[in-house]
Each structure stands twice: as structure tokens, then as C-alpha cells.
Ligand binder design. Structure first.
Ligand code: ADP
Length: 414
């Protein structure tokens, strides 16, 4: 057993439909002390991978699901001596509906309101809820804080969030655009504004969060005013396996010609489309870039469609802003793919964007900074850090002050 003696910690938990990711961060900020992911839950290959002091440990979960994964994670935290320093738990929750416009501490009332949101995210929400309940059981003394993917977008005006369908559906079923990746858009937009020295009360940004799931958001003075994802994370940009925007008439046609029911079409658009569907090779951008270099026709087309849709959406989002100070790239693709960034900026020349080729090449592997040639709107890369936002919200809402941290350090030193 290691004897951990240090500041208080926040455990950040992200319980997905077949995975549980976690990281352990110091209350006062700083890099994660431990992190890991349990994947393929409920399948024979279920496993937990843990990163600790630069060493990777893989544990067979023997087909276990979420409960087995969290038990194994807690057992590791106990062995390493971290458990008693956990002062708050922060949960990533996908859907906060119209009820939650910011992070909250879990109370019986909040739990009851959260339960009501399940119909809006039937796959992910039950897993999110299970994670909260299991952590409440294991850490009864630590406040549980929920941070929503949708919360940052609750400032969208009605014109941006209303679908042009009968309004009774919104009144009766909450059917409207919610937007996702809010924690990332919030962090990245704040950081970009500070990096560029922009007036907090007078600036406009478009954030392109490009990963396996991708979305772009128009942010005016720190508030989200338009975004590409909708009721679900299927709308908008082309993604790893998701189609993004598609004519619903085309979806109905697919159902008829392919003999699929609604669930079958939904599955195809979420899991078999996007970069994977077009390239017939992979959902992974890096793999496609390598294949494109070898002349793979499907990979070339998939990347072209990705950039076309991205540029078109960024142009559309810009029309929601009174001024366009900067385009910010983040997420695995946004942070690492100079090729996608360069192609996107070329497509956005109408806005006056320029590219500094050398800076663009250098911006990989967690480096952030400007990639424009210093005239026109700025273009920059800002690595996202959703875990630190969740940890910060959890610490703030749990009222963990510097004094608590100091007292814990003193206790540990004795
Ligand atoms: P998630 O949405 O699952 O969090 P990430 O943000 O980790 O996904 O992004 C994963 C994507 O980033 C993959 O498509 C991967 O190929 C891409 N990516 C990572 N590194 C590079 C790179 N050097 N060049 C191009 N694409 C990259």
C-alpha cells in the first residue's frame, strides 16, 4: 500500500453506457494524480485500465458491468491510500434538460429531477444515474456534484433552440435543441478569450470541438448562443461514426429501401455513418489521414466531407455573432490535425482567415497557441480539459476552500 499524503482530492467520474472513466485531481488544481477507464462493460472482454505514476495496469473485469468496474476502481483507490482524501465527487452527466443550467450538488430533489430526464437520453442517462448512486453509497460523506454537458448551452435564444415542428412537442416532451460538449466549450472559450486578451464583455468566438464526437459553438461574451448539436448528439458536424445533419426525408427513404425500423435507422446513423461510413475504412481521423496519403479514395472523400460540413457550420454559427474575433480548435482532431485545421481555414477565407503553416504544424500533442498569420480573425488551438472543470465545479460547490486543503496538508504532515 502506498501512503499518500497530500491535499484533498476530487474524484471525477464519467459513467457511459458501456464504460466508466475516472480521474483523481487535487482540489486546488493541477494534473490528475491517477486516472483510468473501464471499457466493454457487460461483455466478456470487460477490462479496467489504470494509469498510476506513469505505469499502466490492466485488470480483467470478468464480464462485469458498472458496479464491478466502480468496485475495482474504488479498490485501487483504497490500495493506493487515496480514498480517505476524496472530499467531493464530480459526475459528468450528459443531459440536464431545461431544469439544469449549471452544475449542482446532489440532493434527494435533484436526484428526483434527474430521473425525469431519462427519456431525453435513454442510453446514457441511466448509466450516469447509476454512477451517482454507486458513488453516493461508497462515499456517503463526500458531496456529489453533477456537471452537465448541456448546461453551458442553456443561454441559447429560442430562435436557436427551437425546431420548426409543432410546438406542442416541445411543451409536452421537451423536444428542442440542447447542445452538448458544454463543459469543453465553456473551458476552451474562457481560456481562448484570456489568451487573446479579449474584452470579456465584447468578444465573439466559434469553438470547434472535434473528436470522435464533434460539435461547434458560437460564444458571445462567454455565453453559448448557438451550437451544432441538438436534442441528441447526432445533429450537426460529421463525426467518427455519426452522420451529423441529414435530410429526414433521406432517413425515411433509407428505412423503406433497407427495410429498417426507426431503431435500425437510428443505429445506422449513430454507429455506422460519419467518417467510418463514407471511408468504408475507419472512424479514426489519424488512420484516414494516413490512408489518404496513400491515395485511398474513401479516406480522401471522408476528410473532404468532414471539412466541408465543418466550414459550412462555422460560417452559419458566425452569423449568430455580432463580431468574429477567433476560431478555436480543440478535441483530439482539433488539437492534433494540422491537415484538418489548414483545410478548414482555407475554406473560411471569406472571413479573412490566414494560416501560419509552421505554427500550425507545431500545434500537436497538447500544445496550444495561435496558428493564424496575424491578420484577419485569430485562429488558435486550445487543448480542452473537461476533468479540471468538473473538479473545479465540484470543489466550489462542496465549499472546499484553501483552508480545508491547508488543514489536510497539515494533518498529512504530522
Ligand atoms: P472523444 O470524442 O472520444 O473524446 P478524442 O477527442 O480523443 O475523442 O478524439 C479522437 C480523434 O482524434 C480520433 O479521430 C483520432 O484519430 C484523432 N486524432 C488524435 N491524434 C491525431 C493526430 N495526430 N492526427 C489526426 N487525428 C488525430
Amino acid at each position: 500500500m502506498s501512503s499518500y499524503k497530500s491535499p484533498l482530492l476530487v474524484l471525477v467520474v464519467n459513467c457511459g453506457s458501456s464504460s466508466v472513466k475516472y480521474s483523481l485531481l487535487p482540489v486546488g488544481g493541477g494534473a490528475p494524480i491517477a486516472s483510468g477507464a473501464a471499457e466493454c462493460l457487460g461483455l466478456p472482454e470487460a477490462r479496467l485500465s489504470i494509469k498510476l505514476n506513469g505505469v499502466k495496469i490492466v485488470e480483467d473485469l470478468k464480464g462485469g458491468a458498472h458496479e464491478a468496474a466502480l468496485s475495482a476502481i474504488f479498490a485501487h483507490l483504497q490500495t493506493e491510500g487515496f480514498l480517505r482524501y476524496i472530499a467531493a465527487v464530480g459526475h459528468r452527466v450528459v443531459q440536464g434538460g431545461e431544469r439544469f443550467s449549471e452544475s449542482v450538488v446532489v440532493t434527494p430533489e435533484v436526484l428526483a429531477d434527474l430521473e425525469k430526464l431519462t427519456p431525453l437520453a435513454p442510453l446514457l442517462h441511466p448509466a450516469n444515474m447509476l454512477g451517482i448512486r454507486l458513488c453516493m453509497k461508497s462515499f456517503p460523506m463526500a458531496p456529489q456534484v453533477v456537471v452537465f454537458d448541456t448546461a453551458f448551452h442553456q443561454t441559447l435564444p429560442p430562435a436557436a433552440y427551437t425546431y420548426a415542428i409543432p410546438r406542442a412537442l416541445q411543451r409536452e416532451h421537451g423536444l428542442r435543441r440542447y447542445g452538448f460538449h458544454g463543459t469543453s466549450h465553456r473551458y476552451v472559450s474562457g481560456k481562448a478569450a484570456r489568451m487573446l486578451g479579449l474584452d470579456p464583455d465584447n468578444h465573439g468566438l466559434v469553438i470547434a470541438h472535434l473528436g470522435n464526437g464533434s460539435s461547434a459553438t458560437a460564444v458571445l461574451n462567454g455565453r453559448s448562443i448557438d451550437t451544432t448539436m441538438g436534442l441528441t448528439p447526432l445533429e450537426g458536424l460529421v463525426m467518427g461514426t455519426r452522420s451529423g445533419d441529414i435530410d429526414f426525408g433521406a432517413a425515411a427513404y433509407i428505412a423503406r429501401v433497407a427495410g429498417l425500423d426507426m431503431a435500425g435507422v437510428d443505429d445506422m446513423l449513430n454507429k455506422k455513418s460519419g467518417l467510418l461510413g463514407i471511408s468504408e475504412l475507419s472512424s479514426d481521423c489519424r488512420t484516414l489521414e494516413n490512408a489518404a496519403d496513400e491515395g485511398h479514395e474513401g479516406a480522401l472523400l471522408a476528410l473532404d466531407v468532414f471539412v466541408h460540413r465543418l466550414a459550412r457550420c462555422i460560417g452559419g454559427l458566425a452569423t449568430s455573432l455580432p463580431r468574429f474575433d477567433a476560431l478555436v480548435f480543440t478535441g483530439g482532431i482539433g488539437e492534433n490535425s494540422g491537415r484538418i485545421r489548414a483545410a478548414t481555414l482555407r475554406r473560411l477565407e471569406v472571413f479573412g482567415f490566414t494560416l501560419d503553416d509552421e505554427a500550425n504544424r507545431e500545434m500537436v500533442g497538447g500544445r496550444g497557441g495561435r496558428i493564424d498569420a496575424d491578420f484577419g480573425p485569430a485562429a488558435l488551438v486550445v487543448p480542452t480539459d473537461e476533468e479540471s472543470v468538473i473538479a473545479r465545479d465540484a470543489a466550489a460547490l462542496a465549499h472546499l476552500s484553501d483552508l480545508d486543503v491547508f488543514a489536510a496538508q497539515r494533518r498529512a504532515a504530522v
